[in-house]
Design a binder for this molecule. Structure first.
Ligand code: ATP
Ligand code: MG
Length: 630
């Protein structure tokens, strides 16, 4: 057995001993009395009786040893600014923010909604909340007023923290009018609104309700706000899933389990050392932003980089220039971002010295082999796929290189991570599929490990019914993803359970077909959906973005490329997988977090109502699809 195989077995067979050891990675005010209370499944309580604080572990803990080391570097290529905060400075800023929030009436257990662009104050606000035991609910900046209003109603925040504006591609996006509209729409009214004024957009001021951060900060320059020691099970935050498959779910996370899980992941998965630099290109509005822009790297005593801007502005070399300048050791991004770069001149990736990088981790969507190969060749650093969900807070499948160096297999996010009892099960019988390469639903046996969701915010019944009741005959957490495990324990995610296409009795994963199409040299990106068909039940339909679309104005050229793509699928997967049509589009419809909205594509292709589109990024994308399928 390899070291990792032993490590994994220990985590499953000796659960409490394993997590008891991991608990020592963080600082507790009172040590836990019980490692896991699973007396009321599927609700798990981790580190019961322990008291700790997330902000203490992310900030205060490091003051003894690294007060002057940069903790947070906020870089904006939108406003051309770079601001660096040492741990001591971050500590001071967080206390100023905490005192300000307390002054506005926030107490332990209250919610604070954060609707912010990627600026340092957003990090201060998150850390300030958990410092005083308040729960943050970060809503991705740029969501429109309707989506924001429903989140305000759900979270019922005492205070909303926001800014005058964000900026995207050089265009100022005012936030305040959207926020004002959302509050007007919402049945719940926050007592106060705290605004960071970046001087980007004028603001209408509602006296009595709206407060200016700069002036309140001045009043609290020397604020000293101690960390509130909270129960391990005290919720730290709520956060919504991306809404790819329907209405987003409000994930509620604990404190102690999450802190331990992140500390453990920094060590075992990322093999990170204090003093190194972590650059995650996500947004604080998503789970990657929570776990690996803010909390994980800070808990590990690293320098974390927060980036506002596009990967292609001022040019497609901007991320690599940051890597060079800050000697980034750990970089985390998403396949969708790599596909954006793939459409640019590859020489940008060679222009900077990226030798400081230990690896590039990618997550959020299937990482197709051609894309993985492309970025791997271009950067010449290890590319590590990792598979997880907002619900879990940290990777379910990846490589734990901190435990044992393992080789990447392109197309696979890797092995089950310690603590996760990952099962591949038959969707209709619930039977566990233990043989290699058997296709089934990816499930996790309870208790979910530390760091995973406690429940759906204010809806225990939805937690149980949504996640734990879909596999017949057993209480098993369903990821709603479809996958296989090979003989060496490497997993492959084949798509969402909804995305399985049934063509004349053959069950095909959209992912397999996409992978095949993406290996055509002129395809940058592709989405495959199943479309109802009278004869075959369902057929595959593909929507593709060409790398070089310049020749595709003519019908003949489009048909030629379509024919090539179909032939390739025939050759690689067989005629049954061949899409009935391959349509060429400028962009694919995606969520704001950059995920393919397959359900919307499918609905439009079947001329149905696409449903909840509040998390969609660019409506023009879906319109083009509508026009094409007629
Ligand atoms: P919603 O649950 O609201 O429909 P969502 O599932 O997209 O949205 P997230 O929690 O952001 O919300 O995404 C998790 C999902 O993303 C996974 O269940 C999986 O489908 C997909 N995913 C994430 N990482 C990977 C990966 N490395 N490979 C394949 N799929 C991935
Ligand atoms: Mg999901």
């Amino acid at each position: 057995m390899t070291r990792y195989a032993d490590f994994y077995r220990h985590s499953i067979d000796n659960r409490d001993a394993f997590w008891g050891e991991q608990a020592a990675l963080i600082e507790w005010n009172t040590p836990p009395q019980q490692i896991c209370d699973y007396s009321n499944p599927p609700f798990a309580k981790w580190f019961v009786g322990g008291t700790t604080n997330l902000c203490h572990n992310a900030v205060d803990r490091h003051l003894k040893t690294r007060a002057d080391q940069p903790a947070l570097v906020a870089i904006s290529t939108e406003t051309d600014t770079e601001r660096s905060y040492s741990y001591a400075e971050l500590h001071a800023e967080v206390q100023r923010m905490a005192a300000t929030l307390q002054g506005l009436g926030v107490k332990k257990g209250d919610r604070v909604l954060i609707y912010m662009p990627m600026i340092a104050e957003a990090a201060f606000a998150m850390l300030a909340c958990v410092r005083i035991g308040a729960l943050h609910s970060v809503v991705f900046g740029g969501f429109a007023s309707g989506s924001l209003a429903s989140r305000i109603e759900d979270a019922e925040p005492v205070v909303v923290v926001s800014a005058d504006a964000g900026s995207r591609g050089g265009k100022v996006v005012p936030y305040k009018p959207l926020l004002d509209e959302a509050i007007a729409l919402s049945a719940h009214k926050p007592a106060a609104v705290l605004m960071v004024n970046r001087g980007l957009a004028p603001m209408d001021w509602q006296a009595g309700r709206d407060h200016d951060w700069a002036s309140l900060r001045e009043q609290h320059l020397n604020a000293s706000v101690p960390c509130e020691w909270v129960e391990s099970t005290h919720p730290s935050y709520t956060l919504y899933t991306s809404g790819t498959t329907g209405k987003p779910k409000g994930v509620q996370r604990d404190t102690g389990g999450y802190t331990v899980a992140l500390a453990a992941s920094m060590k075992h998965i990322f093999d990170a050392q204090a003093g190194q630099t972590y650059f995650a290109t996500s947004d604080i509005g998503w789970v990657v932003g929570h776990s690996y822009i803010i909390y994980g790297p800070l808990i590990a005593g690293m320098t974390t980089i927060m980036y506002e801007g596009l990967p292609t502005r001022p040019d497609a070399g901007v991320w690599w220039s940051i890597v060079e300048k800050y000697k980034v050791t750990h970089m985390f991004s998403a396949p969708t971002a790599v596909r954006v770069l793939k459409k640019q001149d590859p020489s940008w990736l060679k222009k900077y010295d990226v030798s400081s990088l230990k690896a590039l981790w990618l997550a959020g969507e299937p990482l197709d082999e051609p894309t993985a190969q492309w970025i791997s060749d271009a950067l010449a650093v290890p590319i590590i796929d990792n598979y997880w969900q907002t619900e879990t807070g940290w990777p379910i499948l990846t490589l734990a290189n901190g435990v044992e160096q393992q080789t990447t297999r392109f197309g696979s996010p890797g092995k089950a991570m310690y603590g996760y009892a990952v099962k591949i099960v038959d969707e209709s019988t619930g039977e566990e599929l233990t043989g290699p390469n058997q296709k089934g639903v990816v499930g996790i046996e309870g208790p979910l490990p530390p760091g995973c969701m406690q429940t759906v915010w204010r809806d225990d019944a939805r937690f149980v019914n949504t996640y734990w009741k879909s596999i017949p005959g057993r209480l098993l957490y369903s990821t709603f993803d479809w996958g296989i495990r090979d003989a060496d324990g490497y997993h492959f995610i084949l798509g969402r359970t909804d995305d399985v296409i049934n063509v004349a009795g053959h069950r095909l994963g959209t992912r397999e077909i996409e992978e095949s199409i993406a290996s055509h040299p002129n395809i940058a990106e592709v989405a495959v959906v199943g479309v109802a068909d009278q004869l075959k039940g369902q057929v595959a339909m593909a929507f593709a973005v060409a790398k070089d679309a310049s020749g595709l104005d003519s019908e003949a050229a489009r048909l030629k490329l379509e024919g090539e793509v179909m032939k390739q699928v025939d050759h690689q997967l067989g005629a049954v997988a061949r899409p009935s049509r391959v349509y060429f589009v400028n962009v694919l419809p995606k969520t704001r977090s950059g995920k393919l909205l397959r359900r919307a594509l499918q609905a439009v292709a079947e001329r149905r109502d696409p449903g909840d589109l509040t998390t969609m990024d660019d409506p023009a994308a879906l319109q083009q699809v509508k026009d094409l399928v007629g």
